[in-house]
Design a protein around this ligand. Structure first.
Ligand code: GLC
Length: 755
């Protein structure tokens, strides 16, 4: 439809019809007419209102969406099509590794491919918009939603966010291509700074932190063409994001020039009243509309109060029209007026869902995202030599719930468990494996996930569980016997998938106590332990590392988890992941992240007595494993690191470079393999502190044994600049230091003067 036709449509709509284009309701209303939205909302839409709403979320399926759409087109007075939106965060039916794992891949190409595959399944299922990628910077592993983020680094988040948006919607700028979906980035902004690691709280951070750490990834994603933005639940400096004029109007709309659709998070408009910044739902609707929130997700504030606010002149019809036009424009870019079903058919859906291509990509992603944390000894246990008698033990041996908390549309039955993959491997290779569960996944597995009580109590450990003898626990007894009979034990352990995700903050960061008890017993029976760890967050893995000769972090690996893990254990692939988030030494160290500011009393690594410096007296300052860390099955060296110049000129305060940085990387190990070479920079501190280092470039590459390659990184103005208070880019003159290495603890510095 041409723009003038869209304008004519807008002008022909009644006030009520305009308002309901800005109302999003749960998809269940279209299925059964009633739904528990999970939040206290003001009643339910009447039948007449249902015919007017502009968008829905949470339902998909070629036939389901087609039936609803055709019905809706018939009933709507202007036959305006419905938008179908959904949380396709890391896959619809084929679940890829969780985003925190994809962050560890350090591979924009892989992220783009996974998003494109997820988009294909989504579009084939009648979806138009995905609420992804989530681009919140995260530093607190107590927060359950770190699993949904690409990690703790602004640069990596920005690169992977851009790749994900391009994967979801295609790279053609204005219009999401067919077989793709529009991308709604979230949660704007700084939801990852949630206080105490709990959802729906505040983020008390200053403007500089916001500008330099938390906002860059969102902006990069918008530059890549993201179609929508979702406002977040949290407050920033005491003002809830969904009613934050400075954030949504001054920054997003005016400074960044975002002209797309801004949607609230679920009931976050309503929560403006709950939190007390608005006296009631009517005031909440007024504030949100004033801040430029176009669509109200499931709070009914707009449905119940926007019409009166306009009639009484508290909101102008021009404001309303701007919001409605942005929604109509999005539908138009998706060509829904000409082709409301977008060519979706059940046969096409059947061909696309869980296709061999998607499964192969998901399997490859498991290998690219998994991080080898430990693999010691003269004869490292990994990859497992074919002749070694191997026992797979632990609650994750048989589990098919490998798909993470946000893979809400994935059927566990489609997932390949470790046991299934191992048995298939054994069949093909003519080998035998031993399997034993060893213990429950969590302390209350026996309650089953049905009752409200079990949902809350399922993961709450008894503070001091009664000690039991091995002989009193048949599962444990069987597992110990299995360990005794094997040469290598693969302990398959981890958080339950619902121990991370929204609303799943944790006050502890250790594995469930039953599993630690199992691991201790196994280690007494057999010292050759490979621990495979499933988790949605960084954990305190000190005891796991102490009891294991090898530790492989597989995050929540998704539908092809079992196959990918067997590929890694048997050596047909190697772990390609590097930590996207620091692994804390223990809970007390949180938040711990690599790009922190220096202190006035830094603790030199060789400080013996940690008094009167910034340090703990009982634990180290450094994390157990740092951002960017990961091992492979071979070794690499980085040498010959040179800067292309010792000086560079700063032109008009924001143009510097280009500066080249060269380094030689060599595979000095016994087999081909890959690594991620990382370039960190330390800016001079000027009017404010700057991080001790910041990732400015990385390259993932594979080399044969003995092969050496020169890497050349070229840094332009964006590497030297930061966002100043007025939003402009600015570089400071002074000494810039660089280091190139294989993780963020690299300290081989070289300097350059920016004049
Ligand atoms: C949830 C989440 C958001 C999600 C939305 C719709 O509360 O915060 O990430 O997209 O509701 O499900």
């Amino acid at each position: 439809m041409k723009e003038e036709q869209l304008r004519d449509l807008l002008n022909s709509m009644s006030l009520k019809e305009k308002v309901f284009q800005l109302v999003q309701i749960p998809g269940q209303y279209f299925l059964s007419g009633v739904a528990d939205t999970g939040t206290k909302t003001d009643g339910r839409p009447t039948d007449e209102e249902l015919a007017l709403v502009g968008s829905t979320l949470g339902i998909f399926g070629a036939k389901t969406t087609a039936d609803i759409q055709m019905q809706h087109l018939k009933r709507h007075p202007h036959h305006i099509p419905l938008l179908f939106m959904h949380d396709v965060v890391h896959g619809l039916r084929t679940a890829f590794p969780i985003p925190l794992a994809l962050g560890a891949s350090f591979s924009p190409e892989l992220v783009k491919q996974c998003s494109a595959a997820a988009a294909a399944e989504s579009a084939a299922s009648g979806l138009h918009v995905t609420f992804a990628p989530m681009l919140d910077l995260v530093r607190d592993p107590r927060w359950g939603r770190v699993m949904e983020s690409f990690g703790e680094d602004p640069f990596l988040n920005a690169k992977l966010g851009k790749a994900s948006v391009e994967g979801f919607r295609g790279c053609d700028g204005k219009m999401p291509e067919k077989g793709r979906v529009a991308s709604c980035i979230k949660h704007f902004a700084a939801y990852g700074a949630a206080e105490a690691g709990r959802d729906y709280t505040g983020a008390d951070l200053g403007g500089r932190q916001l500008r330099e750490f938390y906002l860059p990834a969102y902006r990069e994603a918008l530059n890549a063409g993201a179609d929508m933005v979702m406002s977040s639940f949290n407050a920033i400096d005491g003002i809830p994001a969904t009613g934050n004029e400075e954030l949504l109007r001054s920054t997003l709309r005016e400074a960044w020039g975002f002209e797309g659709v801004l949607i609230s998070d679920w009931n976050s408009v309503g929560e403006l009243a709950t939190r007390g910044v608005c006296s009631d739902l009517r005031q909440a609707a007024k504030l949100a509309m004033h801040c430029g929130v176009d669509i109200d997700m499931c709070s009914f504030a707009y449905a119940r109060h926007l019409e009166a606010l306009v009639r009484e002149g508290e909101i102008t019809e021009a404001q309303l029209d701007s919001a409605v036009f942005r929604v109509l424009e999005l539908k138009n870019r998706l060509k829904l007026f000409e082709d409301p079903l977008r060519g979706v058919t059940p046969a096409g859906e059947e061909r696309t869902i869980l296709s061999p291509v998607s499964r192969a990509l998901a399997r490859k992603a498991v290998c690219e995202c998994s991080v080898l944390l430990k693999n010691t000894g003269k004869q490292p246990l990994l990859p497992i030599a074919p002749e070694r008698k191997t026992a797979f033990i632990g609650p994750y041996v048989d589990s098919k719930e490998l798909h993470g908390a946000w893979a809400v549309s994935t059927d566990p039955e489609d997932t390949v468990s470790i046991r299934q993959a191992a048995e298939e491997f054994a069949r093909v290779q003519g080998r035998q494996f031993i399997f034993s569960k060893g213990c429950r996944m969590t302390c209350r597995e026996d309650l089953g996930p049905k009752s409200e009580e079990s949902a809350v109590m399922a993961f709450r450990e008894d503070a001091f569980p009664p000690q039991i003898e091995i002989s009193d626990d048949p599962m444990l007894k069987e597992a110990v016997a299995a360990a005794e009979s094997a040469e290598t034990v693969v302990a398959c352990l981890g958080e339950h998938r619902l121990m991370s995700g929204e609303g799943a903050s944790r006050g502890e960061l250790t594995l469930p106590e039953d599993q630690l008890k199992l691991l201790r017993s196994l280690q007494l029976a057999n010292r050759n332990i490979v621990s495979v760890i499933f988790t949605g967050r960084p954990l305190d893995l000190r005891e796991v590392c102490a009891l294991s000769r090898s530790v492989l972090l597989v995050w929540m690996p998704g539908t092809e988890g079992g196959n990918g893990i067997l590929d890694l254990l048997t050596g047909s692939a190697e772990p390609g992941g590097r930590l996207s988030m620091s692994m804390p030494y223990c809970l007390g160290q949180v938040p711990v992240y690599y790009n922190h500011f220096n202190t006035g009393r830094p603790k030199a690594e060789n400080t013996k007595i940690p008094y009167y410096v910034s340090a703990y007296i009982d634990i180290p300052n450094s994390p157990l494993f740092p951002f960017g860390y990961g091992l492979g099955y071979t070794d690499f060296s980085v040498s010959g690191f040179e800067l292309g110049a010792e000086k560079a000129e700063l032109r008009n305060a924001a143009e510097a470079g280009p500066v080249t940085v060269r380094a030689m990387v060599k595979n000095i190990g016994p087999r081909c393999g890959q690594t991620v070479v990382q370039l960190y920079m330390r800016r001079p501190s000027a009017e404010a502190l700057t991080p001790v280092k910041e990732l400015k470039a990385f390259q993932k590459l594979a080399l044969d044994p003995g092969e050496e390659r020169e890497l050349v990184f070229t840094l332009g103005s964006d590497a030297f600049c930061h966002v100043s208070a007025d939003g402009s880019l600015h570089a400071d003159k002074g000494t810039y230091r660089f280091t190139v290495g294989l993780n963020s603890e690299s300290e081989d510095w070289k300097s350059l003067e920016l004049l």
